[in-house]
Design a protein around this ligand. Structure first.
Ligand SMILES: OC[C@H]1O[C@](O)(CO)[C@@H](O)[C@@H]1O
Length: 543
């Protein structure tokens, strides 16, 4: 029995050539998620480092009398990265379609490196902010290009796990950030924060060097009219000679797919918000917005400082524990996605997160007090420890469900006609809310004029959002486990109530009509020669 079969994946018998090269390629580029996770994760610890606070302070002293950065500066430093990422993600199609997926990825690593250099040499906030913006822009480009590269090269039967591996890499990046921060935090010099920043260069170098050896995607090469290069790339990926008939057949499929795509008149952005697409567009954007509003990044961006303020001895240690739980819990989630299904997992995750956040909010609030100068003190250490434990439980629920599933579900609910546009908007929604949380939480949490001083009560906000997560899944998430993209279209057309989708079975129409085999119909890259649903969708959408 193959290793992949032991893990529950089933490779179709008729798949041509080797799949391990494509799988390795997919997993290798997933490594780019480390840049994303590390870059977003490192800042929490950096802002808590005494050397950093001293160097970048513009004279403000915190309630403990230490030189510090203000909440306004803190929010600018954290959120400018997400702003850069938002624009980077939107700009990615320009590079990817013009130069190709591979050069686009390689260039992105250098945009990122520019940001790393600026942050490392900065001694004042404006240059540090510029560095964060460029690093963010690079991460935004990479965050959109990696799933694109993966989807154009991954074998269909293991694509979910490969896309999920990208989320796993994000969590590994967050963990690496916590470990490196922890290792340097006690240094008395500028190395305390400069080393964690400069280290990112290594991750981006790994991606850059790796990309030198990986091929361009055959799909992009066909699209840009370079058939012979596409044949060569495919022959490398499938381990078949360029003359092999299976290779010619696959190239033919790619061409037929592209022709089917271009025969559907391009849908506009406005079409995504009209019936029959409106429900799916809303579902995807709400899913991504709520994934952020669960409060996950409050923990990863501000966790170290928050736990320090709450009197729990080492915020850095807790940062490592939370990041470790995040990685470990993502793995069972990936293995469960194609077995349990999307709806049960998302529902379980939403209920688990909701209960944990409520407990953290109540226990965290009653076990701390605040002095008139704004300083937080611990009234009940056991209560604080319990709150930290429930933060960990919350992370485990998030990482095994909403973390990967937000990407998996948004990747599979859109029809070919609107898919690229719909997806770019849902991804941008994730970054927009990421930014909003990074920007607003210091104002909401901290003490001082103009600040809401919510402290632990902020967890009531995340609790409210997790409650909305339950409602979203119940009323809007359709079960798409094991369905091809065409069947997902059929499902949305036939089933009006989301919870009834779990008992829906696709009609065997495609097989009966002989237009495609059952394995072909599961190809997420879209229908082949007879592409009835693409055409149906084109007519249905009036595009
Ligand atoms: O694992 C946590 C990480 O996952 C994401 O939500 C992306 O899916 C990030 O915004 C967050 O930092």
């Amino acid at each position: 029995m193959r290793f992949s079969e032991k893990l529950g994946f089933k490779r179709p018998d008729d798949e041509a050539g080797a799949s391990w090269v494509a799988i390795l390629m997919g997993f290798f580029v997933a490594f780019g998620g480390v840049l994303y996770g590390y870059d977003t994760g490192t800042i929490s610890g950096i802002m808590a480092m005494p050397y950093f606070k001293n160097l970048f302070s513009t004279g403000y002293r915190n309630p403990n009398g230490e030189l510090d950065i203000t909440a306004t500066q803190e929010s600018a430093i954290v959120s400018i990265l997400s702003a850069g990422t938002f624009f980077g993600a939107l700009a990615s199609p320009l590079l990817a379609d013009f130069l190709g997926r591979r050069p686009a990825l390689m260039i992105s690593t250098w945009v990122f490196n520019l940001g790393v250099v600026l942050q490392t040499i900065a001694t004042a906030i404006p240059m540090f902010l510029a560095g964060r913006f460029f690093a963010g822009f690079g991460v935004g480009l990479i965050s959109a290009l990696i799933p694109l590269y993966q989807s154009e090269t991954a074998p269909k039967w293991i694509r979910g796990a490969i896309v999920g591996a990208y989320q796993l890499a994000i969590t590994i990046g967050l963990l690496l950030a916590a470990v490196v921060n922890n290792a340097t935090a006690k240094r008395p010099d500028s190395g305390s924060y400069r080393i964690p920043i400069a280290v990112q260069f290594a991750w981006s170098l790994v991606l850059f060097v790796g990309m030198i050896f990986l091929p361009e995607t055959p799909r992009f090469l066909v699209r840009s009219g370079r058939l012979e290069k596409a044949r060569a790339a495919l022959s490398r990926i499938r381990r078949l000679s360029p003359e092999h008939e299976a290779l010619a057949a696959e190239l033919g499929q790619i061409q037929a797919n592209l022709e089917a795509e271009s025969s559907v008149r391009k849908a506009t952005y406005a079409d995504c918000f009209r019936r029959p697409m409106l429900k799916r567009q809303f579902t995807g954007m709400a899913l991504q917005a709520l994934q952020q509003l669960t409060g996950i990044n409050f923990i990863f961006y501000y966790g170290t400082r928050y736990f320090q303020n709450s009197g729990v001895s080492s915020g850095f240690t807790i940062g490592m524990i939370t990041a470790g739980i995040n990685v470990a819990s993502t793995i069972p989630g990936l293995l469960a996605i194609d077995r349990w299904g999307r709806r049960p997992l998302l529902l379980l995750g939403a209920v688990g997160m909701c209960v944990s956040q409520l407990i953290v909010a109540v226990v965290g609030t009653v076990s701390t007090g605040q002095r008139p100068n704004g300083e937080i003190f611990v009234k009940c250490l056991a209560g604080q420890q319990a709150a930290v434990a429930f933060v960990c439980i919350f992370i485990a629920f998030f990482a095994s469900t909403w973390g990967p599933l937000a990407w998996v579900v948004t990747g599979e609910i859109y029809p070919l006609a609107t898919r690229a546009k719909a997806l770019s908007m849902t991804t941008a929604t994730n970054w927009l809310f990421n930014w909003a949380i990074a920007y607003s939480t210091p104002y909401l949490v901290n003490y001082g004029p103009g600040y809401a001083n919510l402290q632990s009560k902020i967890f009531f906000v995340w609790f409210g959002a997790c409650f909305l997560c339950i409602a979203l899944v119940w009323f809007f998430i359709y079960e798409t486990k094991g369905l091809s993209l065409e069947e997902v279209d059929e499902l949305y057309a036939e089933v009006k109530v989301a919870r009834k989708s779990t008992t829906w079975k696709p009609t065997p129409r495609l097989e009966a009509a002989g237009s495609t085999t059952s394995e072909e119909s599961k190809d997420e890259s879209g229908p082949k020669e007879a592409s009835p649903h693409v055409m149906d969708q084109g007519v249905e959408l009036q595009v």
